[in-house]
Design a protein around this ligand. Structure first.
Ligand SMILES: Nc1ncnc2c1ncn2[C@@H]1O[C@H](COP(=O)(O)OP(=O)(O)O)[C@@H](O)[C@H]1O
Ligand SMILES: [Mg+2]
Length: 226
């Protein structure tokens, strides 16, 4: 199993304090390598909390997460940083492109920690930018691009280190209908053609249904919808 969550619980605040809020409770999930999953759920149901745990940006209070054979709780902070940079790609609702750099530079930024970008990385950047229709805009700064184009660039940036897991937290939440659909179709294509295990959080049940598997986060647990 590529990803296995075993009885994950996560809350915020101090237990026994009345402000304590339990968000995830005994949550289980199993995903095969290369699978695609959409997660829906009302605002405040814990979708971002769950994605942060999967992305090693936060740790569960209880339970285990196994990613690609590694028990996350057994990894050091340095090992987690390497895993996060090499194996996990993130796309958020805001694109977080750096305004002072052009598109080409923004896309290559995640490769900086591992040294000079080699031919393989440059070829992947070119392929992805062509595939997403951003290639001709690569010398522009983000401010010159539309919201949809910026978000497509953010997807390219998330894939530049060839991750095995792609996590997207409401990636089309800030876009109009047409661009929202374009981003979802792009994520599905990446999942299928590049075999990247993909988990997308979306508010739209309609967009969610485009993924192979759909689950709803409810009462701190995931329940299958499709
Ligand atoms: N860092 C935090 N500190 C305290 N409470 C938080 C924190 N992050 C999220 N929460 C609370 O946890 C609940 C779930 O939040 P979140 O995971 O962001 O939900 P969703 O992404 O589904 O809207 C919400 O009630 C939110 O207010
Ligand atoms: Mg959220």
């Amino acid at each position: 199993m590529f990803l296995k969550l075993d009885k994950i619980s996560k809350g915020y605040g101090v237990p026994e304090n009345r402000t304590y809020r339990n968000v995830l409770k005994d949550l289980d999930l199993e995903l095969e390598a290369g699978s695609g999953l959409a997660i829906i759920g009302p605002s405040g149901s814990g979708k971002t909390t769950l994605l942060n745990l999967l992305g090693t940006l936060d740790v569960p209070d209880e339970g285990n997460i196994n990613l690609g054979g590694s028990e996350l709780s057994s990894l050091s902070e340095a090992e987690l940083t390497v895993l996060r940079n090499k194996s996990i790609g993130f796309v958020f609702q805001s694109h977080f492109l750096l305004p002072q750099y052009n598109i080409w530079e923004n896309v290559l930024l995640p490769t900086v920690p591992s040294g000079k970008a080699g031919d393989e990385v440059l070829t992947r950047a070119e392929d992805l930018l062509k595939e997403t229709g951003i290639w001709d805009l690569r010398w522009q700064k983000p401010a010159r691009l539309s919201g949809g184009e910026c978000q497509r660039t953010a997807v390219v940036r998330a894939l530049i280190n060839n991750p095995s897991l792609l996590l997207a937290d409401e990636p089309s939440g800030a876009l109009d209908e047409e661009n929202a659909e374009m981003i979802m179709d792009l994520l599905i294509r990446i999942n299928k053609e590049r075999n990247v295990t993909t988990i997308v959080i979306t508010h739209s049940t309609e967009l969610a249904k485009k993924m192979d598997r759909v689950m709803r986060l409810k009462n701190g647990k995931l329940e299958p919808l499709k």
